[in-house]
Every structure is written in structure tokens, then in C-alpha cells.
Design a protein around this ligand. Structure first.
Ligand SMILES: NC(=O)c1ccc[n+]([C@@H]2O[C@H](COP(=O)([O-])OP(=O)(O)OC[C@H]3O[C@@H](n4cnc5c(N)ncnc54)[C@H](OP(=O)(O)O)[C@@H]3O)[C@@H](O)[C@H]2O)c1
Length: 349
């Protein structure tokens, strides 16, 4: 960058120098060689970074290349403030505005050649993969502890006993399958665009997933658990719903993965593929959430257990909030976004 800076400054000096140096003998315009196309001088930016809360000046960067990205500016800022590594920096144009993306380019932002940015510390960060693995391993292990009735959960006479109801074993298989699937998808399917998230979120998320898993597992594996009222028929229908939605959810995750080339952060409009499970994209923006809801409805029907119904409801509310946000972003980002789609439930929500 400095080399380029010098080149640009040198060029300018030469031009200025030429105007003050002894004039060359004048030539008639007709004989003059056609002038070489003038090299466009690079205009460097000055970047100042202020604390978004106090407005104190934290850093001043001189001679920043116009095509520098926010990600590169974060790295330069990190050099002077090693405690704030790039992933924990939020750089904004407005103290209360949205964070700029790492790939935003300085010269394309609505700033002058002296740009002012505002910084907010996002707090200690943790990688998304670690977050998901922690969130999903918990429910898997916790549920199995209740299923195997390890000591100190139920009365001692039930330690390491098994339920006499086959639905309890089926429920354990479905629950474990669901979380193993999620773990494998996190490792091998999803292509996340964000590398990290705030460390404090992991405590909130783990409380949610681990807590609900324990609550559900306690009742389903309880020695006094009673199977669903309509017996085998209800369990069979529930299993079909559960499996159908699991395959659907997986199909959507594959379709989303295929939208994004490896290593990129591209976001595209998802469309139905050859796989019929993805045809729901015709009507819904976030069908992975629709199928997720279906899976938990199936599990509720299978176990006929109130805590499971409550988990399904809370998950549905959370996913609806996210789906509405994603739907809004699609509409904002893509002018040709299919108008028939709803965020999570076709024609309803
Ligand atoms: N039971 C519950 O309470 C609950 C709640 C939430 C989620 N879940 C489950 O967890 C799964 C994952 O959740 P999520 O919130 O991470 O789902 P998501 O936002 O739909 O993302 C899934 C993956 O697809 C990528 N993606 C999404 N839209 C894309 C697009 N238009 N173009 C390219 N890539 C795109 C995402 O990348 P980005 O990193 O860019 O987003 C992410 O890697 C859900 O499908 C659901 O099965 C369960």
C-alpha cells in the first residue's frame, strides 16, 4: 500500500514539478505526439475510528487504499488495539446503525476521502461450529442419561432399568437421530457465512437446548409414563410425519448448501430442485424451519408429552421470528423475489 502511495505522490509531484520547471521549447500542436492516456492517480483515504458509545477517537489510519475492505480495516485497527481481534469488532457508519460487512469496500461506501467509522466491541467470540456442536451434543447425551435411567434421576429401584413401552425406545431413537443428524450437518453440510458468535450466547442457547432436552426426557422415560391414547396407530402416523419432515429438512439443507460455492458467503434466492422435498420453496422462504416444526409436531404426537408440545411451541415462535427476518431480507435484497412465498407457513405466516 505504501509503495502505491509513494507512486501516487511521486506522480503528482512530477506533474506539479513540470509546471514550475523551465518550459520545454514550444511545439506546434499538429506535430505533437498523441498524448499517452494519463494514469488515473489513486486517491487514498484517511480513516478514523471512533468509539460508538463515547465518540472518543480510537484510531487514525492514513493512506488507506480505496479498494480496502472493512475486513482489512479491521485488521489494521487490530494492529493498534490487539485486544479487539477482527471477529469481535463491529464497524458501522452510524453509532447506532448496522454493522458493515467484512467484504464492503471503502470506496463504495457513502463516505468521503476522510471516512469516519464507529466501533463497538462485540465481546469475546466463539466459532459457530463449536457453538452448534456444544448445543447439540448436550441434548443427545442428556436424553440418553434419562433413557438409561442413570442413578439419582428416578427412584433407586429404577436405576438402569428399561421401559416396558416400545414407544419410549422409538422416541429415544428419533430424538438421538435428530441430534446426530444436526451434528453431522453442522460438520459436513452447512456453509456458514459467519465464523463466530458472542461467547455469552452459548450459555443462553445451551440452557435452552439442554434444559428442554432434560425436561422432555424426564417425562418420556419416567417409569410412570403412559403411552399415547390412540396407541399403535397414533405412534405410526407420528413416526411417518417425523421421518418425512427429517428428510425434508435435510433436503432443504442440501439445497441451501448448493447455493453457496465453497469458501464464499454468497446469498442467493433458493428455488425448488429436482428433489420433491424442496418444491415447498415455491410457497415458503424458510422450509427448513417448516420441516423442523413438522418433526417436532410428529414427536409430540408420538410421545403425547406436554413438555415436548411446549418445546415445539417455543421453537416454532423462535423460528417464525427468524423466518420473518430472513423473508424481509430476501424481499429487500432481491427485486425478483417470488411474491407467492410466506416466511414459514404457506399462505398463513
Ligand atoms: N428446534 C429449534 O428450536 C430450532 C431453531 C433453529 C434452528 N433449528 C434447526 O437448525 C437448522 C439450521 O438453523 P439456521 O437458523 O442456521 O438455518 P438457516 O439460517 O436457514 O441456515 C442454514 C444454512 O444455510 C445457509 N443459507 C441460508 N440461506 C441461504 C441462502 N439464501 N443462500 C446461501 N446460503 C444460505 C446458512 O448460511 P448463513 O451462515 O449465511 O446463515 C446456513 O449455513 C434449521 O434448519 C433447523 O433444522 C432448530
Amino acid at each position: 500500500m505504501d509503495a502505491l502511495a509513494l507512486e501516487a505522490t511521486g506522480g503528482k509531484k512530477k506533474a506539479n514539478g513540470a509546471s514550475v520547471a523551465a518550459p520545454l521549447p514550444a511545439q506546434p500542436p499538429a506535430k505533437r505526439k498523441p498524448a499517452k492516456k494519463a494514469k488515473k492517480a489513486v486517491v487514498f483515504f484517511e480513516v478514523e475510528i471512533l468509539d460508538a458509545k463515547t465518540k472518543d477517537k480510537l484510531c487514525f489510519l492514513d493512506k488507506v487504499e480505496p479498494n480496502a475492505t472493512i475486513g482489512e480495516i479491521k485488521s489494521m485497527f487490530h494492529r493498534s488495539h490487539p485486544q479487539w481481534y477482527p471477529a469481535r469488532q463491529s464497524i458501522r457508519l452510524d453509532p447506532k446503525g448496522k454493522s458493515l460487512k467484512d467484504e464492503d469496500v471503502l470506496q463504495h461506501l457513502p463516505v468521503g476521502t476522510t471516512a469516519t467509522f464507529y466501533f463497538r466491541d462485540l465481546g469475546a467470540q466463539i466459532s459457530w461450529v463449536t457453538v452448534f456442536l456444544t448445543e447439540y451434543t448436550g441434548p443427545l447425551v442428556i436424553y440418553l442419561m434419562f433413557y438409561f435411567r442413570v442413578p439419582f434421576i428416578y427412584a433407586p429401584k429404577y436405576d438402569f432399568t428399561t421401559s416396558k413401552h416400545w414407544v419410549v425406545h422409538l422416541a429415544c431413537m428419533c430424538h438421538s437421530f435428530h441430534y446426530v443428524k444436526r451434528l453431522l450437518e453442522t460438520l459436513f453440510v452447512h456453509r456458514f457465512s459467519h465464523g463466530t458468535m458472542p461467547l455469552r450466547n452459548i450459555f443462553k442457547n445451551c440452557t435452552y437446548y439442554w434444559g428442554f432436552a432434560a425436561w422432555m426426557a424426564y417425562y418420556i422415560n419416567h417409569p410412570l409414563y403412559t403411552p399415547p391414547i390412540y396407541g399403535e396407530q397414533q405412534i405410526r402416523i407420528a413416526l411417518i410425519i417425523f421421518l418425512f419432515c427429517q428428510i425434508g429438512n435435510f433436503s432443504i439443507h442440501i439445497a441451501l448448501r448448493n447455493l453457496r460455492p465453497p469458501g464464499s458467503k454468497t446469498r442467493k434466492i433458493p428455488y425448488p430442485t429436482k428433489n420433491p422435498f424442496t418444491w415447498i420453496f415455491l410457497l415458503v422462504s424458510c422450509p427448513n424451519y417448516t420441516y423442523e416444526l413438522g418433526s417436532w409436531l410428529g414427536f409430540t404426537l408420538m410421545t403425547q408429552c406436554l413438555p415436548v408440545a411446549f418445546f415445539t411451541l417455543v421453537g416454532f415462535i423462535q423460528m417464525t421470528v427468524w423466518a420473518k427476518g430472513k423473508h424481509r431480507s430476501y424481499l429487500k435484497e432481491f427485486r425478483d423475489y417470488p411474491p407467492l412465498r410466506s416466511p414459514i407457513l404457506p399462505f398463513v405466516l
